[in-house]
Ligand binder design. Structure first.
Ligand code: SF4
Ligand code: SF4
Length: 313
């Protein structure tokens, strides 16, 4: 669904979101509306949504659907340059005015897909809820994902509005934010999808010391935590990493673990941003081996495992 922008940067009170989808069956209990918030500083090497890291996404360009008609040269900033039949973008000059999208025959601000896209919308908390309400009314609740939704000041205000309407709320997080972020939102969140990001790249230090107190904080408030393991081949399937996850799981005290499969479209947004990927794309065999090893390890410890893309009924 398209979120309509209702705030401008001069308003201090707004939320930056990219996309929202209704009827998701893999993002929390039941069928849900999921909305993706902008902004994240965690820098996981395997992040598949690099456009959601800044508070506002740069212009996305999907080269395969560009017909090289050059109409986007309407841009006064000279962002769109054509050389030897190639369309080159100088995003550093982009002012995000959207005029090139208006001119492009293959793009529209009213479409999810298109050759050119400015995904970030600034909305007030009230407006975001009003726009999503018709869809939420057909679902079991709403899930806030990202980016890291809780990094934005007005996210708690949005969650409070949801609770005032009796909406079931779920927040997906890396578990790696400062504890204040969790403490503020706690009263307004029913379920937490809590990432077991004990590492954020191949050689990073373990983040267990951050994850454990944050998980403890949420548990102390008697809230439900669903632990989520991103299946990153060569990282999350290492023996020492599995052992660290177990330390966090002991605090979470859940019978269920959700597995987040490797995203085979990992590099799509990197291409659309014109930047290099930060993690070597794993081969199919490594992806399968990673899932098999993680499943075997946690099954052996008595956990019920579900694959977020396949197992959920
Ligand atoms: S959004 Fe505006 S400034 Fe940016 S490339 Fe398009 S026309 Fe140029
Ligand atoms: S207007 Fe659209 S289709 Fe035409 S060259 Fe620009 S991006 Fe490509």
């Amino acid at each position: 669904m398209i979120i309509k922008e209702t705030a401008n940067i001069k308003n201090k009170k707004f939320i930056s979101v990219s996309e929202a989808f209704a009827m998701s069956s893999v993002d929390g209990p039941g069928i849900r509306v999921i909305v993706f918030f902008q902004g994240c500083f965690i820098n996981c090497a395997w992040c598949h949504s690099p456009h959601s890291k800044p508070s506002c996404s740069p212009l996305l360009f999907y080269e395969q659907s560009c017909s090289i008609c050059m109409r986007c040269q309407t841009c006064k900033q000279n962002v769109h340059v054509f050389k030897d039949g190639k369309h080159i973008l100088h995003r550093e000059f982009c002012l995000q005015c959207g005029k090139c999208i208006d001119e492009c025959p293959n793009s529209s601000v009213y479409k999810e897909s298109g050759t050119l896209k400015l995904p970030t919308k600034k909305v007030t908390a009230q407006s975001l809820l009003l726009q999503l309400l018709p869809h939420i009314s057909l679902c079991d609740g709403i899930t806030l994902s990202g980016g890291e939704a809780l990094l934005q000041d007005d996210t708690t205000a949005f969650l409070r509005l949801c609770k005032d309407k009796g909406i079931h709320t779920c927040v997906e997080t890396s578990g790696l934010l400062e504890s204040d972020c969790y403490a503020k939102a706690l009263p307004f969140v029913d379920v937490w999808l809590f990432g077991l990001r004990v590492l954020t790249n191949n050689n990073s230090d373990f983040h267990t010391k951050k994850l454990i107190p944050n998980a403890q904080l949420i548990k102390n408030a008697s809230k439900t935590i669903i632990p989520v393991i991103p299946l990153i081949p060569g990282v999350m399937d290492r023996d020492e990493v599995l052992a660290e996850m177990l330390l966090v799981l002991n605090v979470i005290d859940s019978d269920e673990i959700q597995l987040n499969p490797w995203n085979i479209f990992y590099d799509v947004y990197y291409k659309a941003l014109g930047i290099e990927t930060t993690f070597l794309k794993p081969v199919d065999k490594a992806i399968k081996q990673c899932e098999a090893k993680v499943r075997k390890f946690f099954k052996g410890k008595g956990y019920k495992l579900t694959n977020r893309k396949e197992d959920k009924k």
